[in-house]
Design a protein around this ligand. Structure first.
Ligand code: G3P
Length: 222
């Protein structure tokens, strides 16, 4: 079984904020290392520096804006994520949608400053469009399964297979992840069996009573 990439999005869950962001990230680092899985954490923007200072696994932003610096009060500058110790960013999450031209501008700016990019898509058509913009990863997440506890890799394997096929035709350099409702090792295993590189998940870890136990379960099949 190939080793999965597991990206944990802390969203704006209070359980994943401040000290708790650091604590979950340290568990992800330790458990990922022990199992040989690659873990990436996406804390809130204000926590990127403290998390990146505390762990050596990659820390991604949840969003950056399509800007290169200047008079854009309240926006997130890709360079500032990099300077804070971040090494990548989610783009176009279904809770933070962007226009196509803005996704393109974010990808270009992120590349310029050296951030890895993960475009989130909601179906096979948007996965195709996203892959044409040459991000490092596309993560397909059907919105109706987000936060549901019903794993996309089991409830809708066709969207994962279809996304893999679409990306292969358009831009085979782009790697495919899937997300929504993932919370158990079995869900991750099913994603890998469909050909995905790994998963993007949130509530299954961040809102778990015991996030470390949830992380251990995720890699238990390895
Ligand atoms: O970014 C990951 C996310 O949208 C999936 O959320 O809670 O279903 O794992 P969740």
């Amino acid at each position: 079984m190939k080793k999965p990439l597991i990206i944990i999005n802390f969203k704006t869950y209070v359980e994943g904020c401040g000290d708790m962001a650091v604590s979950i990230s340290k568990s992800a680092e330790k458990i990922g290392e022990g199992a040989g899985a690659e873990m990436i954490v996406c804390p809130q923007a204000a926590d990127i520096y403290r998390v990146a200072s505390a762990v050596s696994i990659p820390v991604f932003a949840q969003h950056v804006d399509p800007i290169s610096g200047g008079s854009s009060t309240g926006h997130i500058l890709p360079l500032s994520v990099k300077e804070a110790g971040g090494s990548g960013t989610l783009v176009n999450h279904s809770e933070r949608r962007l226009k196509l031209a803005d996704i393109d501008a974010v990808i270009n700016e992120a590349k310029k400053v050296g951030l890895t990019t993960v475009i989130c898509s909601n179906n096979i058509a948007t996965t195709s469009a996203a892959s044409a913009l040459s991000p490092d990863y596309v993560a397909v997440e059907p919105p109706e399964l987000i936060g549901s506890g019903i794993p996309v890799s089991k409830a809708n394997p066709d969207i994962v297979r279809g996304s893999m096929g679409a990306v292969k035709n358009i831009n085979p350099d782009v790697k495919v992840l899937c997300g929504a409702g993932i919370s158990r090792g079995d869900d991750v295993k099913a994603a890998l069996e469909l050909g995905a590189e790994g998963v993007l998940l949130a509530s299954g870890v961040v809102k778990a009573k015991d996030p470390a136990a949830a992380l251990l379960d995720l890699v238990g099949f390895l």
